[in-house]
Design a protein around this ligand. Structure first.
Ligand code: AMP
Length: 447
């Protein structure tokens, strides 16, 4: 079905043409007609599926029907980067309209936001800073007709639930609400229960799926050798641009420093960087000036850079949902990309098991033939930085019941402490043991 048959305002159709959006993506085809009917929508779509335009277009259409003053649409998002991304989508889709979008996020000055909010019809905000403004009386939200909760699962993970409740108390009860989430966890259903009225559900892909077109591969490697393996991969593999994930901010800084020392053009993105540093890193990466961007999960939400060829999980993410989000940064809008995960067999095999269950995939285990796996471990002085926090890890934190739990892998059931991971005697014999498997599913380009 072409966009023209959805009944969108002609100025929006013009913008879609200018953007080269030939036809709606599945989430757009399913959600836009419902939103245009005025229904509340609960959408679950895989990352990079076009969900931003799926809510932006009907909102713009609605606002264009009638001119009224004040902030008429509010989009709540978990991170500053996603806020910028959503603002960009509204700007692009509404380029032939008079409608203005403002952004309210932490880490930057208050007063420019107050001025921008006074002139906009659409406000994109992170809940914390928005609440600060509301408490100070910078502006009001009593004219809001359209509300979106974007990446609701992540907002809940980040502890925004109380802030969201407070923000809602500033909005009129009579409004249309759309909630989007990449994964539909039970907590998301709970937030839906008090924000949405008789919503229509739109679920394009199973919440655990990784976008098609992404080839996924696992390199078993000890934590202390990960930096060396990364350096070797960057030398020997065609990696045009890579987004590299570490678990901690400290780990991201150390790794970026090391990569820069090896001559790579690299940026860093995490919550301790100033907004200016974050924007500069993002722009450098977006424009191709930086080949590598090292980031933590929260900062990487909303990154939409076309043509990221590789996502590298330097550390395995704790939650399977994070894995889906991370690898969704490549192959956006149905492109292709590669996701590489480094797994310390002694430290991270539990998380990998969870991710494989969650996604229903078994990742091919790979070795880099030119890499000296049996090289002696680095002396403490030149030891690669570990980006694992020192505290005890809670293996059950992100467990959820599901098919396959405690089955083929002799795993533990929910609530029980996990069996102690069997410690592989050493890296080389681990690879020998897994070699036949990795040979079966040779990923392209790595051998
Ligand atoms: P999102 O999932 O909203 O972050 O969108 C991912 C990417 O898809 C963005 O770069 C959008 O500009 C792009 N996109 C959204 N809708 C379409 C469409 N109908 N055709 C082509 N690209 C699109």
């Amino acid at each position: 079905m072409p966009f023209s048959q959805l009944g969108l305002h002609p100025d929006l159709i013009r913008a879609l043409k200018a953007l080269d959006f030939e036809k709606p993506m599945p989430i757009q085809e399913a959600a836009i007609p419902l939103a245009l009917e005025g229904r509340d929508v609960m959408g679950c779509a895989q990352t990079g599926s076009g969900k931003t335009a799926a809510f932006a277009l009907p909102i713009l259409h609605h606002l264009l029907k009638e001119e009224k003053p004040g902030i008429r649409a509010l989009v709540l998002v978990p991170t500053r980067e996603l806020a910028a991304q959503v603002e960009k989508s509204f700007h692009e889709c509404g380029r032939f309209t008079h409608l203005k979008t403002a952004v309210v996020i932490g880490g930057v000055g208050f007063s420019p936001q107050v001025h921008a909010a006074a002139r906009c019809q659409i406000l994109v905000a992170t809940p914390g800073r928005l609440l600060d403004h509301l408490r100070q009386g910078s502006f009001r939200l009593d004219k809001v007709e359209q509300l979106v909760l974007d990446e609701a699962d992540r907002m809940l993970d980040m502890g925004f639930l109380p802030d969201i409740r407070s923000v809602l108390s500033h909005l009129p009860r009579e409004r249309q609400t759309q909630l989007f989430s990449a994964t539909l966890a039970p907590e998301v259903e709970r937030i839906a229960a008090f924000t949405l009225r008789n919503p229509r559900r739109v679920e394009i892909a199973k919440p655990t799926t990784v976008a098609e077109g992404i080839s996924q591969i696992l390199y078993p490697i000890e934590q202390s050798r990960k930096s060396a393996l990364l350096a070797a991969l960057l030398k020997t593999t065609e990696i045009k641009s890579a987004l590299i994930f570490t678990r901690t901010k400290h780990g991201a800084d150390k790794l970026a420093k090391r990569l820069a020392g090896e001559g790579h053009s690299v940026g860093v993105l995490h919550g301790n960087r100033s907004q200016h540093q974050r924007t500069t890193a993002m722009e450098g990466f977006r424009q191709g000036k930086l080949r590598l961007l090292v980031a933590t999960d929260i900062a990487a939400r909303g990154i939409d850079v076309r043509g990221i060829s590789h996502v590298i999980n330097f550390d395995v993410p704790r939650a399977p949902e994070d894995y889906v989000h991370r690898v969704g940064r490549t192959a956006r809008a149905y492109g292709v990309g590669d996701a590489i995960t480094f797994m310390d067999p002694h430290l991270e095999s539990g998380e990998i098991r969870d991710i494989e269950r969650f996604t229903g995939l078994v990742f091919p285990r790979a070795v880099l033939p030119t890499f000296a796996y049996d090289a002696p471990p680095p002396r403490p002085a030149d030891r690669a930085p570990s980006s694992h926090p020192p505290q005890q890890r809670d293996f059950n934190r992100h467990r959820r019941p599901g098919p396959g739990r405690g089955d083929r892998r002799g795993g533990h059931t929910q609530g029980n402490p996990p069996k102690k991971e069997k410690r592989a005697p050493d890296a080389v014999s681990y690879y020998q043991k897994h070699a036949p498997f990795s040979q079966q599913q040779k990923p392209r380009g790595y051998f």
